[in-house]
Design a binder for this molecule. Structure first.
Ligand SMILES: *Cc1c(COP(=O)(O)O)cnc(C)c1O
Length: 437
């Protein structure tokens, strides 16, 4: 057996360059240059590149309304505002997600109520939702984490039963599908981020989609005025407010829209490339003890791989070898294996501190939940096992094979590694500090 690099042997591979992302093509550059030459750098209405991007999403998803905005966070804020939350209304949100899934609820004077996730997928657990119901519960927001769709059938059934709205945060899942429909078509309203890391990117941007006219009009009014407000907000309830809007400017930049439109036209190619690489890596991992490919549940029709491929670690299959020793040994072999770095929401100050007053609504602090940080065993079980590897969009079959070999080498030497670690002969850095996303 060859000696592990972490124990003084030769690394199996030289580390590969990081994936190239975003993809910006000559066609994108031409489209942007054309805008600049025409001085087309702001629109008042739904027109030009913004209109084209919105049409692209409308057609792809088969949805009635699409509203491009200047970030995914703005899209989520507009979605919650669209639901007409009243001060103190509660929105159940996953405790493990990107911040923007839940934080804009505060900006609507609402209360995000965190709920546990499935220990195998990190995705909001439908079984845990009922425990969080109160007379103030108005909605559930769900994240399709890392491009893996949540169990939307069960979540929408639960919401229906209790008269709740459903918001899908599709920011990491452009192009994913489950239960026969694309993500973004299961709830009342959905938000996609178009930030630089996402599968479709404007650099900075976001898009909201809904079939619901009232949600759409409210979303338009939150972040748009003048032409867009007047053209698109025509109902009896809101028709008079289009000119002024409701106070914010969430307009997307035409340049970002042009980039996102190009990226949307390449989405399927990107997703196919990513899936090929992930499948190529996943196949050998099935036969290697201590590590399993990400769990793909029965409702999932299509995974839209995001920046990371996330297998699960099983220390018990390797004599209890600590996960940080395992990842350090893999990195020493040239395999860029890390762990997620972001803490779950319930361990952030905004959800722990008794003195923090978000938004303008101060209900004597009694309504805002304060979390201890240990109340979600599903989050902890997931984070104690989940691993990360970068995802490439272009064909990298040989690299995927090499990574599998590097991981196999660590697993084959797990006994010696564990002995050396237990004897105090190894110091392992906290890889969470070195990982980049
Ligand atoms: C990226 C992301 C967002 C929003 O991102 P912006 O940077 O505001 O565009 C929201 N939710 C999730 C899950 C994300 O990954």
């Amino acid at each position: 057996m060859t000696r592990l690099a972490l124990l003084g042997g030769q690394p199996l591979l030289t580390p590969a360059e990081r994936p190239v992302w975003p993809h910006i093509t000559e066609k994108d550059i031409e489209a942007v240059t054309a805008l600049l030459r025409r001085g087309e750098i702001s629109y008042n209405g739904s027109e030009g590149e913004v209109r084209a991007l919105e049409d692209g999403y409308r057609q792809r998803l088969g949805v009635v309304h699409a509203l491009a905005v200047n970030s995914g966070t703005s899209a989520l804020h507009s979605a919650f505002f669209g639901l007409d939350l009243r001060p103190g209304d509660e929105v159940i949100a996953p405790a493990y997600t990107f911040l923007a899934t839940a934080m804009p609820v505060f900006a609507c004077n609402g209360v995000p109520v965190l709920a546990d996730v499935d220990p195998d997928t990190g995705i909001l657990d439908p079984d845990g939702l009922a425990a969080h119901l109160t007379p103030r519960t108005r909605a559930v927001v769900v994240t399709h984490l890392m491009g893996f769709p949540a169990d939307m059938e069960r979540i929408t059934d639960f919401a229906c039963e209790h008269g709740l709205a459903v918001v899908e945060d599709c920011s990491q899942a452009h192009g994913a599908a489950c239960s026969g429909r694309p993500v973004g078509r299961h709830g009342d309203v959905a938000a996609f981020s178009l930030q630089a890391k996402k599968q479709v990117t404007a650099g900075e941007g976001g898009i909201l989609v809904t079939d619901d006219r009232r949600i759409y009009e409210r979303a338009v009014l939150l972040g748009h005025c003048l032409d867009r407000g007047e053209e698109d907000v025509t109902s009896e309830e809101y028709g008079g407010y289009g000119r002024t809007g409701f106070g914010l400017n969430y307009r997307i930049h035409p340049v970002g829209s042009a980039l996102a439109r190009g990226a949307l036209s390449r989405l399927d190619t990107v997703l196919e490339g990513r899936e090929k690489n992930c499948d190529r890596l996943g196949a050998p991992l099935r036969d290697i003890p201590g590590i399993t490919p990400p769990v793909r549940q029965a409702h999932v029709d299509r995974v839209a791989h995001y920046v990371s491929y996330q297998p699960l670690y099983a220390a018990e299959e390797l004599g209890g070898l600590p996960i940080d020793v395992f990842t350090a040994a893999a990195r020493a072999e040239g395999v860029p294996l890390t762990r997620p770095t972001s803490p779950p929401l319930h361990r952030e100050a905004a959800f722990r501190s008794a003195s923090w007053h978000p938004g303008t609504y101060h209900p004597g602090d009694s309504t805002y939940r304060r979390y201890r940080g240990d109340e979600f065993p599903g989050v902890d079980a997931y984070l104690s096992r989940v691993l990360r590897l970068p995802v490439y969009s272009e064909e990298r079959g040989d690299l995927m094979d090499a990574w599998a070999e590097g991981i196999r080498k660590v697993v084959d030497n797990a006994g010696e590694l564990h002995d050396r670690y237990a004897a105090g002969a190894l110091t392992v850095q906290d890889p969470a500090r070195t990982a980049q996303h």
